[in-house]
Design a protein around this ligand. Structure first.
Ligand code: SUG
Length: 448
């Protein structure tokens, strides 16, 4: 049976702004308080989805969330009408209002961890929503994420959904940003690779000194258990704490994998040789031949990687077995990175082509091409069981761009977030969106 990797991209929500909310994420910190352009952000994301679809890849779309999250503000004690809640928060606790307005759900690599049916004990595709509990503005995403994923993958015969892990730092879980899967073919059993930043219960593991390690070993192990993965089909590795301290807040900022290939920076992991040997032997047991492409620090520094987002790229398989790398424009702007990429594609290795996309609006908050997509490997039967409303087509692309043009503002600052009119605009837009994507009622304002 045919199988595919389907990339579901997060549609940027109408409140996209630069809130400076993510300590440890260099771009988020350095662009704090700048004015953003939500319309441009959403159109940049849609252009990437359309381009991948036009190249013949399976492409889907994941809906944004209701923001401002008035219900979250009420849980923090703000009261009265919706407009009063927003006005009171703006007056007394602007950082909380900004957090409740974040469009951060666009980075759907953090929405969930997904295990394809060929890897799981019950033969279903498993999803665990990520609790994202390292940052308040992201910790409020998972209830709606679960409802949206449930509406997209509604068939219980093929899809199993797990609620987010307990919302404490010891089970900090950032979803697919710290998870990669290696396989010979998407429909065959593979090796799932979980990368953690620290252990919450075992003090023998080192931890970063400056910035938080968002993913714990115990969270990764819990997800592997929930999904019914075999021990032989799982490899755990620790991120190098010193790269976390240099701004690598997720593993997908320093490594990306696809098929039988891992593309990574020399400094990305601890005990790299042991990890590569385990990946290689476990993949061999399911018939695969592991290949690694290491980028040496002498060619590209960790700082270059953080600034250019070289590794936050999408590594995609082409029909002839070669691979294509989708990188952000910032890679072209970095001389060393661009030179490295020219060499990489010119040497006859597996990565043959690089395509560049302008995703500046998202990049300025630390979100590159890979952050914007959730990968779901599906066989033909499972793909047919996905809600067809969320699969990208030329007409859907047209409807979504028109929808963005109609509803989105082209400039957003903190003052705009305090405007209660914005809430009404967003709800109106999202109500229409759930009809376009045929999701039913998934937002708090639709179900309460
Ligand atoms: O969680 N930025 C996101 C970026 C997530 C990138 N995702 C992956 N690497 N997979 C984060 O730090 C910034 C929001 C602000 O500052 O307004 C933010 O949440």
């Amino acid at each position: 049976m045919k199988s595919y990797e389907v990339n579901f991209d997060g549609l940027v929500g109408p409140t996209h702004n630069y809130g400076g909310l993510s300590y440890g994420n260099v771009a988020s910190q350095s662009n704090s308080q700048q004015s953003s352009n939500p319309k441009e952000a959403a159109l940049q994301g849609l252009a990437k989805m359309k381009a991948l679809m036009d190249m013949g890849f399976q492409q889907g779309v994941l809906a944004p969330q209701e923001r401002p999250d008035v219900a979250a503000l009420r849980r923090l004690g703000f009261a009265g009408s919706d407009a009063q809640v927003i006005q009171q928060a703006a007056k007394e606790a602007m950082p909380l209002l900004v957090a409740s307005c974040s469009a951060s759900s666009m980075w759907v690599a953090n929405a969930a961890t997904v295990s394809p049916s060929a890897d799981t004990a019950d033969g279903r595709v498993h999803f665990t929503a990520a609790n994202l509990n390292c940052k308040y503005h992201r910790s409020i995403e998972h209830p709606t994420t679960s409802r949206v994923l449930g509406a997209m993958f509604a068939n219980q015969q093929h899809f199993a959904h797990h609620a987010a892990l307990p919302a404490v730092a010891q089970f900090g879980d950032e979803g697919a940003a710290n998870h990669t899967r290696f396989c010979r073919a998407y429909g065959e059993a593979g090796v799932e690779f979980f990368v953690f930043g620290r252990s919450a219960f075992d003090t023998r593991y080192p931890a970063p000194q400056k910035y938080p390690a968002r993913q714990t070993l115990e969270a990764s192990q819990a997800v592997a258990r929930l999904h019914g993965l075999r021990e032989e089909g799982v490899v755990y590795a620790q991120q190098n704490p010193s790269v976390i301290d240099q701004g690598v807040f997720h593993n997908d900022v320093i490594a990306v994998g696809n098929g039988e290939v891992l593309f990574y920076h020399e400094d990305a992991f601890l005990e790299t040789d042991k990890m590569l040997a385990e990946l290689s032997s476990k993949l061999a047991k399911v018939g695969g031949k592991f290949q690694s492409v290491c980028v040496p620090r002498s060619a590209v520094t960790v700082d270059d990687a953080v600034r250019s987002y070289l590794f936050n790229s999408q590594l995609l398989s082409r029909p002839d077995g070669s691979m294509l790398l989708i990188v952000p424009e910032e890679c072209r702007g970095n001389e060393r990175v661009w030179q490295y990429l020219q060499g990489l594609t010119g040497t006859g290795g597996v990565i043959r082509e690089v395509k560049v996309f302008d995703l500046k609006q998202s990049m300025q908050n630390g979100g590159g091409p890979a952050c914007l997509r959730l990968r779901v490997a599906l066989n033909e039967t499972e793909l047919a069981a996905v809600n067809p409303g969320v699969i990208m087509t030329a007409p859907l692309y047209d409807s979504l761009t028109q929808w963005v043009e109609r509803h989105y503002r082209d400039r957003m600052t903190e003052n705009d977030l305090a405007d209660p009119q914005l809430l009404l605009e967003c709800r109106g837009a999202l109500d229409e969106l759930t009809q376009i994507l045929k999701l039913g009622s998934v937002y708090p304002f639709q179900i309460n």
